[in-house]
Design a protein around this ligand. Sequence first.
Ligand SMILES: Nc1ncnc2c1ncn2[C@@H]1O[C@H](COP(=O)(O)OP(=O)(O)OP(=O)(O)O)[C@@H](O)[C@H]1O
Ligand SMILES: Nc1ncnc2c1ncn2[C@@H]1O[C@H](COP(=O)(O)OP(=O)(O)OP(=O)(O)O)[C@@H](O)[C@H]1O
Ligand SMILES: [Mg+2]
Ligand SMILES: [Mg+2]
Lengths: 255, 255
Amino acid sequence: MAQIYSLANQKGGVGKTTTAMNLATALAAIKKHVLVVDADPQGNMSTGLGCLRKNRAPGTYEFLAGASGAECIQATHIPLLDLMPTNEELAGAEIELVSIQGREIKLKEALATISDKYDFIFIDCPPSLGLLTLNALVASHFVLIPMQCEFYSLEGLSHLLRSLERIQGQLNPDLAVGGIILTMYDRRNKLSHRVLTEIREHFPKVIFETVIPRNVRVSEAPSFGKPVLLYDIGCSGSRAYMDLARELLSRGAPE
Amino acid sequence: MAQIYSLANQKGGVGKTTTAMNLATALAAIKKHVLVVDADPQGNMSTGLGCLRKNRAPGTYEFLAGASGAECIQATHIPLLDLMPTNEELAGAEIELVSIQGREIKLKEALATISDKYDFIFIDCPPSLGLLTLNALVASHFVLIPMQCEFYSLEGLSHLLRSLERIQGQLNPDLAVGGIILTMYDRRNKLSHRVLTEIREHFPKVIFETVIPRNVRVSEAPSFGKPVLLYDIGCSGSRAYMDLARELLSRGAPE
Ligand SMILES: Nc1ncnc2c1ncn2[C@@H]1O[C@H](COP(=O)(O)OP(=O)(O)OP(=O)(O)O)[C@@H](O)[C@H]1O
Ligand SMILES: Nc1ncnc2c1ncn2[C@@H]1O[C@H](COP(=O)(O)OP(=O)(O)OP(=O)(O)O)[C@@H](O)[C@H]1O
Ligand SMILES: [Mg+2]
Ligand SMILES: [Mg+2]
């Protein structure tokens, strides 16, 4: 039975895709069977793992519409890491789902048919709290919240936590907040430090100890279709993501 | 008759809000009457212009539902710059609009009732191509595309331009691409330079000459409820936004 994690935050550009990809890669490296589901019509996860545009269907859109896991999942060049890719078609699902019975549980039902094949499943969400993100959260045991050390990110956090409480109350009582992950931290920058201190003060139990630094190697990796862990294992970004994976494992064991 | 600009890009965190706010402020400083419409449920534009959470209704949500401009628009502490604020309620509009007749032209119709009061209207869009962004694009004469100098941003551009062509073909033949604006440029970083060169090569007529540098003063300004132009007029971010406003005016005169 896989542990299912969503990477969610309606604020854009905070590191959801980058974090999901590198956590998944780090866990596959220690022999866990991992699936990443690209639930963002932008398809950045699929690009970052080297899946060409022409090889993305069937993927998440078809899976939501009832196609099997075997048809929609493909291997990546990373052993033990599988990908469910997506393309822009998925954007249509947000509108098509609106008038369907049980629209929030489509992904949960579909993932139940494949969850025993994996130890971990990571779902990369788009920057919104629409039906795709909602499906991901209803299907998940944990939600991970990547956050930039910026003011707008801080502002959006309280709205996100309120939305999660509503989802826990009405649609998925098992959903737990797996943690807040600070990304693109720049120690030379006062604002970064202020946001870090503020979050540590207000959410001491929820924030991960590991902070991901801003590191240009992380942003170079996607153009080579590789996670930074494979592109440059020795850089500060990679070391931080390995620490984060270790911390996730030490927290993650369900009670 | 106002010139209406949308700031759109489905990629998150590329500088849509920051660019809309500072262009609007620069134009108000040279005595243009300007309105910014916050069409992103995150409400970052409203925050960045110092509008408190409790003072955001009626705003964009009510305006789309038929309330008057007078009710939904408020002055800011910047002379000649007005704001139509928003809060999370607006997220509901995306779902409510789906089943309404003429769902794509609601904002266009509403803005027509107030457009003669302004020289410029800027609409800040959420990081998606859903019904809120669609409404903004159908209501606009120009679309401005802020883009980070990063690989995922480059990737999303071709999808965005294809979507704009479809909108020009079916819903708004008057919509012109006002330009691509490169943001958060870091001259020490090879990737930034590669993306800049690539865009200048592929879209020579569309890209703005002015490039906005990464500048920490820009990201500090929102926590004071001010655009960077007011927070620190002398910093590199402010100077670049003033250059951009001048370039917009020299380009902007409709043929
Ligand atoms: N630690 C880091 N250091 C430097 N750049 C980073 C880092 N993490 C992410 N980036 C870059 O920042 C940008 C935003 O990251 P990413 O795309 O992962 O965020 P996201 O939250 O998934 O965005 P969206 O909201 O559009 O889905 C990307 O171009 C990425 O390469
Ligand atoms: N030139 C700059 N230098 C440094 N930081 C910047 C710059 N421009 C924007 N930022 C910061 O980067 C983050 C992203 O910018 P912004 O929120 O304007 O992007 P956006 O495209 O509106 O995001 P979203 O997709 O979430 O709406 C913000 O925290 C902002 O303060
Ligand atoms: Mg992403
Ligand atoms: Mg924004």
